[in-house]
Design a protein around this ligand. Structure first.
Ligand SMILES: [Zn+2]
Length: 468
């Protein structure tokens, strides 16, 4: 990355240096924040030196026509965790028009996904500051190391934004790493007749001059990778669960009929999940069902997961349970992805077990006995250590991750197991956690049990464990 020259060249006379230090006030100069947070798989993702508390995104999108399709104004409120002379935001593509810090124009430059901002004055450690970036352009679609697509996906009638692991940096500047969560206001203006659906709750919907503005508010912390915007024609239905939770469902008209039955089971799934995993961590729920050709996968976007086409019941359970594991308890780095996928996959097994399907034991046994024939990738690497950035969404992360949870259940019994999965979600609610925290949490919950072989063979060990 290229950065601007330091403020005080080392060749300056000592006296002048001293004067400049005094002139700056505190006598301590800030240093640039790091251009990444050293994620083991995506080292440039996220940035050092600050912690975002709120994103205020004002977006306008025009699906067709000439010129830039997305116009954005992002105001990022953050607290400096060190004295900062400069800091980075992640933004991939788009044309930056201006950057302000605390309402004053700031210098900036770009190098790849790093937008480096140099405020007029150093930001003191502990200070809360606002950065406003104005930008426009046609957002990019990214091809991930595993070949799937994320970022901004144009659709027949609009667009869909999906951000796991790094795609959200294609449509707004920010600290794009799961370790920095924040609240959001996402306001989207689209041509009248289209709808813009996002995370959280819809605060207002106003039409004027042939355009409609939808204002969405997310009051609970959210990682950037589960932020979404879905723009297009859709049928919306709103309801409330028996427990009083608002349900907002947006479905592409072509999927309306096919999805009615499965989507109607959301309240039942939410109740079942809350009984097992503890109180739902967010203030609304729902789903977004787009056309099948929109994306290659479903994603647990916060409050309302996105599905390309009508989901089957098991997939709906999977994405809704991610709200506890992934969205509320968020991985500290992308290496901890199994804490998302292992839990969401195990939730599918539990759902089947509780609803007349196979027991989790039977599912586990079938995988152990036949997994290798059916899917040679199952034993390709340990769930807690994917073999590279292109493999964080591979089979071991999901199925072997779930098998680790089942091994814990075998060891401690059903009641204690339920206390563990529930307690884990409660202890780290709205926070971040990693694999080492999980194993020590389990050990503390059942101090008389020995989990060594589970960790060694199932969680961290290479190859298929010798014994089930
Ligand atoms: Zn998942």
């Amino acid at each position: 990355m290229s950065r601007s020259a330091p403020l005080v060249p080392s060749a300056l006379p000592v006296l002048l240096t001293a004067f400049l230090l005094t002139a700056c006030g505190a006598g301590v100069h800030g240093t640039p924040g790091a251009g990444g947070v050293r994620d083991p798989y995506f080292p440039k993702a996220g940035n050092g030196g600050y912690d975002v508390t709120h994103y205020d995104l004002r977006l306008a999108y025009t699906p067709d026509g000439d010129g830039p399709r997305l116009t954005g104004e992002a105001t990022v409120t953050a607290r400096a965790t060190q004295s900062l002379s400069a800091f980075d935001l992640d933004l991939d593509g788009m044309d930056v028009r201006s950057v302000e810090v605390q309402g004053r124009a700031a210098r900036w430059n770009r190098d790849g996904q790093e937008l480096t901002v140099r405020p007029r004055h150093d930001l003191q450690r502990g200070r809360t500051f606002r950065t406003t970036v104005r930008y426009r352009g046609t957002p990019r679609t990214l091809t991930d190391p595993d070949g799937s697509h994320e970022g901004w996906l144009p659709t027949r009638d609009g667009a869909l934004a999906l951000g796991e692991p790094i795609g959200s940096m294609t449509w707004f500047p920010g600290n794009h790493h799961p370790s920095d969560k924040a609240t959001y206001d996402i306001t989207v203006t689209v041509p009248k007749g289209l709808r813009a659906v996002s995370n959280g709750e819809l605060r207002s919907e106003r039409t004027s001059g042939g355009r409609t503005t939808y204002a969405w508010h997310t009051g609970e912390p959210m990682a950037t990778y589960v932020a979404t915007v879905a723009i297009g024609r859709c049928a919306v239905s709103r309801s409330t669960t028996a427990g009083g939770l608002p349900v907002y469902v947006a479905v592409d008209p072509s999927e309306a009929k096919a999805s009615r039955k499965v989507v109607g089971r959301i309240p039942e799934i939410m109740k079942w999940a809350a009984d097992i995993f503890g109180p739902y961590p967010f203030s609304s729920t729902g789903v977004i069902v787009d056309r099948p050709d929109t994306a290659e996968y479903a994603l647990e976007t916060q409050n309302r997961p996105v599905f390309p086409g009508t989901p089957d019941l098991s997939t709906l359970v999977h994405e809704l349970v991610h709200q506890w594991y992934g969205d509320s308890v968020t991985p500290r780095t992308w290496r901890d992805m199994w804490l998302n996928e292992g839990f969401a996959t195990y939730a599918e097994w539990l759902w089947a077990e509780d609803h007349g399907g196979d027991s989790a034991q039977r599912t586990f046994d079938a995988l152990y006995d036949h997994g290798e024939d059916d899917d040679p990738d199952l034993w390709a690497f340990p769930p807690a250590k994917p073999s590279g950035p292109g493999h964080i969404s591979d089979t071991p992360v999901y199925y072997r991750g779930a098998m680790v949870l089942h091994k814990i259940r075998q060891k401690v019994g059903d009641d204690r197991f339920r206390a563990i999965v529930r307690g884990w979600a409660t202890t780290h609610r709205h926070g971040n956690a990693d694999t080492a925290q999980f194993t020590s949490y389990v050990e503390k919950t059942a101090p008389e049990k020995d989990f060594t072989t589970i960790w060694t063979n199932w969680l961290h060990g290479e190859g298929k464990p010798d014994h089930r």
